[in-house]
Every structure is written in structure tokens, then in C-alpha cells.
Design a protein around this ligand. Structure first.
Ligand code: MN
Length: 359
């Protein structure tokens, strides 16, 4: 297992690489280049510049999160081949600079959604929260407005301005779209990029849909064990793998996370480990990482990762996910330093216990 932390470069993050380096157990960052327009190639120079910034702080850059997929690929438009070509070039450029794992998602239009990015808890901390009825009552523009308005000035990955301007039209477009056609477009993408990922030695790791249920009648991809099975069968290569996000998958009550980890272990290349507190069938708060703070059994989840093929022939990258905002920190929602650092230490503690119990 290799512990990382998500980090946004070029002044778009309140957390510094120097701070990350001081968290015990963290070997690298999962970073990105969000200023490059979606669909463009990440050039060798751009990747090299990012890598040298990360490396100069003594950290590794073996994980990229995310290289977003152009909407024309998801829609299956004739223009998709040009964007897929750029994606392949990006994969090669990342591989040449030592990137081993690429996290991405295939969600149409919206990347993720919350009804509140800073819900106060009784202890004075704030968390991101999702209330289904509140979200469906809004339209995409008002969700976007409420989310970007509370982002403390930081860019929200997946809510880039160029996406927002076409969101309503895209939602209309997908209303005429069958779920099967969407899956065919995923397969077309995978069959084109996976051979490039194999030769560049970069494992592709799709992130589950967040939340894992339909919103605004948009197609859904990775939400449960059945859809993961279907996704992995589209292309059998081990380079076609998963980012196992416990928070995203964990709010779907039907998902038995330890059982899913045991089933898909060898295809899980990256794990986002966070807890959620379920407040209703489709309502939840994000919460501190400890099992007792939320609804997920983090001991069983980390144990399943430890016991699965997760890190046998691959490093098995891990990161804590969205934490609370605590101790007065002002940071990008979900990506403060303090609570994620506590999450790292907790996950490392569980991992050490499993290692020592085995020997
Ligand atoms: Mn995640």
C-alpha cells in the first residue's frame, strides 16, 4: 500500500507540498492539471513541470486524479476520435514521467453533487452534505451556483466554468439517450485507450458515480457490484481497473463494501478511503474517518483491502478522502489538511495492525 494525498497545483490549494510531506506515511500526491481544457493533450512539458514541482518537495507523483473525459466521447459524437487521440497521448506522456495510475470518471454532465459544502456539526466542524430532496428540487444551474458559491474561491473539480455553460443543454441531450448506448460509448473509449495504457504501464482506475443513483435522468455507470462487473468485463485487461471510493459506493445501502473489495481486489488500483454518516435512504453527511463516527465499518473495509490482491502486483495506492473542516481551517471544501491528515494516520494504524497480526 502506498499512501497519497490529493493536491491541486499552481496556487489552487491551501495545502502545501511541504505540509503533505510531514504527514507520516504519505509518499506522494494524486495531482492534476485542471487548467488544461478538457479534451486537450497534457503535453510532455506540462507533465514534466508538474512532476518537477512535486519531486522537488520530496514527494512522488505516481497517481493522477483526474484526466477528465470530453463530453463528445461520452456522447459518442464523430469528434470523439480526436479527443481519444489526445487522451492516448496524455497517457503516454504521463507514463514517461513515472505516473502509474490514472483516476478518471465517466459520469455525464455532472461530476459529483452535494446540497451543502459546509454543513455545521455540533462539534463546530463543517462537512459536505447531501440531501436528495433538496438536490432534485434544484436545477443544475442552481446546484452549480450554490456549490461554486461555497467553494471559498477554489476551483471545484468537475464543476469547471466551461461545463456549467452547457449543462442544461447536455441534460436535454441525454434524455434521448439509452443507458445501453452510453455503455457502448464507454466500451469504445476503453478499447481505444487500454492498449495505450498497457504499453505506457499506466493503470486506468475509474471512479464510481457520486452519488451512486440517478440524478436528472442522466445515465449511471459505476454504482454497485453488478455495474462494476459489467464495466470490468467491457475490457478484460488488468489496466482497466477501479478507484474504489468507499464514500461514493458506501451510501448505496445495497453495497457490501468488504465483499466487493474481495471480489474486485486485483482490479482495484487506487482506493479513496472515507466514511459517511447515512441520515436517510438517500441523505448523508461526510464525516471523520473513524468507524464510530459514521455508518461504514472502516476496520472491515481496510482489512478486505489488506487481504485482497489489492497491492500484490501493484503498489495499491490509497488516499484519505474528503474530511471535515476543523480547527478553523480555511480550505477547499473536503480537502483541508487537518482532517485528512488524521484520516491518513487512522488508515496507517489499521494497516499496521493487520500487518503485525499476520506475522
Ligand atoms: Mn472519491
Amino acid at each position: 500500500m502506498k499512501m497519497t494525498l490529493r493536491w491541486f497545483p499552481y496556487g489552487d490549494d491551501s495545502v502545501t507540498l511541504e505540509q503533505i510531506r510531514q504527514i507520516p506515511g504519505v509518499s506522494g500526491v494524486a495531482s492534476c492539471l485542471p487548467k488544461i481544457p478538457v479534451g486537450d493533450e497534457w503535453t510532455k512539458d506540462a507533465v514534466a513541470a508538474l512532476k518537477s514541482i512535486v519531486a522537488s518537495s520530496g514527494l512522488e507523483m505516481e497517481v493522477i486524479e483526474s484526466v477528465n473525459i470530453h463530453e463528445d466521447i461520452k456522447k459518442g459524437l464523430p469528434t470523439r476520435d480526436r479527443y481519444i487521440d489526445n487522451y492516448i497521448k496524455t497517457i503516454r506522456n504521463l507514463g514517461e514521467r513515472g505516473v502509474r495510475c490514472l483516476c478518471y470518471n465517466f459520469m455525464p454532465v455532472m461530476d459529483w453533487a452535494r446540497s451543502d459544502l459546509a454543513k455545521p456539526l455540533l462539534d463546530g466542524s463543517t462537512v459536505m452534505s447531501y440531501e436528495h430532496d433538496a438536490v432534485v428540487k434544484m436545477n443544475p444551474e442552481s446546484i452549480a451556483k450554490s456549490m461554486t458559491g461555497k467553494s471559498r474561491g477554489y476551483s471545484l473539480p468537475g464543476w469547471e466554468p466551461e461545463r456549467l455553460s452547457v449543462m442544461a443543454a447536455d441534460i436535454e441531450f441525454y434524455k434521448r439517450f439509452s443507458q445501453e448506448r452510453y455503455w457502448a460509448n464507454i466500451k469504445y473509449f476503453l478499447d481505444a485507450v487500454i492498449p495505450a495504457a498497457e504499453s505506457a504501464d499506466v493503470r486506468m482506475a475509474i471512479h464510481p458515480d457520486d452519488p451512486p443513483w440517478p440524478l436528472f435522468d442522466l445515465p449511471k455507470v459505476v454504482t454497485d457490484a453488478a455495474s462494476i462487473r459489467k464495466f470490468l468485463a467491457l475490457n478484460d485487461s488488468p489496466y482497466n481497473g477501479l478507484t474504489f471510493c468507499t464514500g461514493s459506493l458506501g451510501v448505496n445501502e445495497a453495497n457490501d463494501l468488504p465483499a466487493m473489495i474481495r471480489e474486485f481486489g486485483g482490479r482495484i488500483h487506487f482506493a479513496h478511503i472515507r466514511n459517511v454518516k447515512k441520515l436517510g435512504k438517500k441523505d448523508f453527511d461526510e464525516c471523520a474517518h473513524l468507524s464510530r463516527e459514521g455508518s461504514l465499518d472502516m476496520f472491515e473495509i481496510v482489512k478486505a483491502l489488506y487481504e485482497s490482491a489489492f497491492d500484490t502486483d501493484f503498489p495499491g495506492y490509497v488516499r484519505p478522502d474528503h474530511g471535515r473542516m476543523i480547527w478553523g481551517e480555511q480550505a477547499r471544501p473536503g480537502y483541508g489538511l487537518y482532517d485528512r491528515a488524521l484520516g491518513v494516520t487512522y488508515i496507517e494504524g489499521l494497516w499496521e495492525a493487520f500487518e503485525k497480526m499476520k506475522s
